[in-house]
Ligand binder design. Structure first.
Ligand SMILES: [Zn+2]
Length: 437
């Protein structure tokens, strides 16, 4: 009898993500035309280099910032007083390298207040600055249509569509300055959130998400890469070797959640998990959140065209250089935006994750005992599992309202995680268990 029950448990695959009609309605409203209009407005500032701060009226980073503030304020006016808009600003001194003179760093941040106590917060981020070949050149044209007009358009669109929703968790819509100088805007904001004790449980960073044609002309309209770091800030490599959790940083669990949720809600776009923090020779604002000890992922189009990034606009050897809007695919950007909104809404409308989960390791057994801390609003819990060589969760068991369980799988060759499910079927992010003796 007991064996038969165990066999039944073992056969249970991972359940599909249940769709919430309210989230699906949000996705239907994402507009490629509005994304194009936002991108057109950003490109029209000529350059958004952090060093274009003394450009003539209507040109440069300050004009772009002021335009973003006005856009977010108009959106906040539709939120019933729950969204506020602020500048996250400071003066960056010269560093003799990428900052040749002191400059003001000025990011635009809109916050939609959640209705649950505790301040659980998710961030959707982008950078709005752009650059030419020389990253301190504030005068050359730097249209930045894709890098990162695309991500900024996605963040504005998500803020616009979500301003009228009532999420449990707080959502921050961030457009950062000075990413191209070394992630300065996001670093300042992430450290400020950390200093204020804000419980950021995930950052979805969007950077270069608007072109679907790769540099050999190949079309990739149905894929987006999801980057995540391996070892969280403070992880001890020796301990990771013992636990075998090198693929289970909080950012990795967020990445798996993102793919499962985005794929379920957005037909025509497949998330591709990339188990590294970012591409070679490149970085992004999600790393500022990682450095502050927060889970964070990066979305980027599947194959980039490097002649279109970080380059002065010019023809050379028959090749067009520069980040021009003609290379954008706004239907693709709309799919990426829907993907973000699906994940952000499911996170913020759903339950949080167990603050702690434990795997009991005080005796030699061939099964696995787990316990976890309760989650407010959880109707039940699922224990997910996979073999150590699998990239993503492959099975689960429904644990009802229990907060501990013993399962007939050996902890020596299986990995486990615990997640909450609320009464509406929203699933939370997985918490990976810590060993407890
Ligand atoms: Zn970028």
């Amino acid at each position: 009898m007991r064996l038969a029950l165990f066999a039944l448990l073992a056969a249970l695959p991972l359940p599909a993500i249940a769709q919430d009609a309210a989230i699906a309605r949000l996705l239907d409203q994402v507009s490629p035309e509005r994304l194009r209009a936002t991108d057109t407005a950003l490109v029209a500032f000529g350059t958004r280099s952090t060093f274009s701060d003394h450009a003539p009226p209507g040109r440069g980073v300050v004009a772009a910032r002021d335009w973003l503030v006005a856009q977010f304020q108009a959106i906040a006016a539709t939120s019933g007083g729950r969204m506020s808009v602020a500048l996250d600003e400071y003066d960056q001194p010269a560093d003799g390298r990428r900052v040749p003179r002191p400059v003001r760093i000025s990011s635009v941040v809109a916050t939609l207040r959640g209705d649950e106590p505790g301040g659980r917060t998710y961030v959707m981020s982008s950078h709005y600055d752009s650059r030419a070949t020389d990253d301190s050149d504030g005068t050359a044209d730097a249209p930045g249509a894709d890098d990162n007009g695309s991500g900024t358009a996605a963040v504005l669109e998500a803020a616009r569509l979500m301003a009228g929703t009532h999420p449990h968790a707080t959502i921050v819509f961030a457009t950062y300055d000075a990413e191209e100088q070394g992630l300065f805007g996001s670093a300042h904001h992430a450290q400020a959130l950390r200093a204020a004790g804000v419980d950021v449980q995930g950052d979805l960073n969007n950077d270069i998400v608007g072109a679907s044609v790769g540099d050999r002309g190949e079309r990739n309209p149905n894929r987006v890469r999801i980057f995540s770091e391996a070892l969280a800030e403070g992880a001890v490599p020796k301990r990771v070797n013992v636990l075998g959790n090198e693929e289970d940083s909080p950012s990795r669990e967020l990445a798996r959640y993102t793919r499962a949720t985005g794929n379920a809600y957005v037909p025509g776009l497949e998330g591709e998990l990339v188990f590294r923090a970012d591409r070679f020779l490149r970085g992004g604002d999600h790393e500022s959140f990682n450095a502050a000890g927060y889970p964070a992922i990066r979305f980027t189009e599947p194959v980039e065209t490097f002649a279109h990034q970080h380059q002065n606009v010019r023809m050379e050897g028959g090749v067009q250089y520069g980040d021009l809007q003609r290379y954008m695919d706004f239907d693709y950007l709309a799919r990426v935006t829907r993907y973000n909104i699906a994940v952000l809404a499911a996170l913020a409308m759903g339950p949080g994750q167990p603050a702690h989960a434990y795997i009991l390791t005080h005796e030699l057994t061939n099964d696995t005992s787990l316990s976890w801390t309760p989650v407010a609003g959880a109707a039940r819990y699922e224990v997910v599992r996979r073999l150590t060589t699998d990239a993503d969760w492959t099975g689960s068991t429904d644990e009802k309202q229990a907060v501990s369980v013993t399962l007939p799988y050996s902890k020596d060759q299986w990995l486990f995680g615990v997640r909450a499910v609320d009464s509406a079927g929203h699933v939370g992010v997985v918490t990976f268990p810590e060993p407890k003796k």
